[in-house]
Design a protein around this ligand. Sequence first.
Ligand SMILES: [Zn+2]
Length: 390
Amino acid sequence: MVRLRARSRAPRARLTASRTPPVLNRLPRSIAGRVSWWPANEAGGQAWCHDQLSAPGGVRDDSGVEGTRAMSLGAHQVQTVLGPVDAGDLGRTLMHEHVFVLTADVQQNYPEEWGDEDARVADAVRRLGELPGHGISTIVDVTVIGQGRDISRVKRIAQQVPGLNIVVATGCYTFDEVPLFFWRRPPSVMTEFFVRDITEGIAGTGVKAGMLKCAVDEKGLTPGVERVLRSVAQAHVRTNTPVTIHTHAAGRHGPAILEVLRTEGADLDRVVLGHSGDLVADPDYLQAMAEAGFTLGMDRFGIDHFATFEDRSALVAELCRRGLADRMVLSHDTCCYIDWFAPGSLDDLRQWHYLHVSQDVLPYLRDHGVPEDQIDAMLVRNPARILSGA
Ligand SMILES: [Zn+2]
């Protein structure tokens, strides 16, 4: 039935073979001094164990066994909107996308711009339905609290796009304070919400989250942001669910994030440092973060406001040349509709759509010497490893 699986140590062992990777010498002293490298023998002190799996309070899975999400999933399976999928069947995966990004209470009170629900759903079905024909068979919708997550709507869409796996996320998106709902409640309340989304499902839909998400933006680790990051890390440790972090790449907050994750016992091999591809000016810093264990989210292809297509693509090619293809994932951070911008104001972003990686980025990478095996790493193997832990 359920088999406990030893977590792979290989990637981290390789990454920690040298306590002071050479690239550290190239970092500014202010950054280098803040980087905390994983001790080589920390494995026994973190993450999960059989006691946690069998602890009282675990959910009842389909087989009737008390346990957490890991117990209800097969050893190499990933939760999607329509149920568990074998990691080996995920195929090419876009690790940071959205279906809709909404300001929930504004939409509730001023619904005119959103318009007809059925038309919005049909539009999403049409856009997402194009993905399998372009080689993409899985997306991770990293829409969480603070971004208008509505899983019943995403489920309705997923049921009409059977060729595409949609992994959904739990977490909280804030650049500063925690949402007022959580403000005067103990931090454990937020953590328990995240764990429940992963182990029991979201808002009665039966859909379980397969990713945790938070944000560290320009302000860095404010007390509120650090509280969310710790809740996400604790839910990750308890459920073995991966983490993706929106970052303000130019702020170079990786070392500070690393420090918090280290103290919470997180497994860096399951953490994506999102929006790293915005920092086209500093491949050395990104290499340091990759060698520290993060996977770099090169995940805003099409958002030319921060970096052009050429710059983003050249950065990926350069990091591939440095041997870091196994530490990158590719995505767009796009959506079918976002209400954070006035209608039409993003029309200049002509390549900001779900097909840009397939249509433009991959040909660029091939033309610039990135071998097919490294493309597979970024689009297939790394996502499967991060999502499943296999
Ligand atoms: Zn995003």
